[in-house]
Write a protein that binds this ligand. Structure first.
Ligand SMILES: [Zn+2]
Length: 102
């Protein structure tokens, strides 16, 4: 599965809906305006119902400050989708920082 940027297919809607967070000087992160860009799976046979949100600063190029995973369905959905109880379905339903791309 490939994660595709929401803005690459729905540019106008993404422009309207993308959330931005302004960090003022004197904080742990550099002062900047940070955009939360959404990425979704583009496999039409897949129904994973998850979003990956990448946080990018307006003045820091393509540096990704955080990668957040989030599933908006209930844990039961992800247990069925994965076909196993071993999956941490509870965790998929909370926003979590991607351990491979913190
Ligand atoms: Zn998928």
């Amino acid at each position: 599965m490939a994660m595709m940027a929401f803005y690459s297919r729905f540019k106008d809607l993404a422009f309207k809906e993308t959330r931005v967070c302004t960090v003022l000087p004197g904080r742990a992160m550099p002062a900047d305006e940070y955009g939360f860009l959404e990425f979704y799976c583009d496999d039409t046979r897949c129904d994973c119902r998850r979003v990956i949100i990448k946080v990018l600063g307006h003045h820091s190029g393509d540096k990704v400050w955080a990668t957040i995973s989030y599933g908006w369905e209930a844990p039961e959905f992800y247990r069925k989708w994965a076909g196993t109880d071993l999956l941490d379905a509870e965790e998929m339903c909370r926003p979590t920082l991607d351990p491979l791309n913190p």
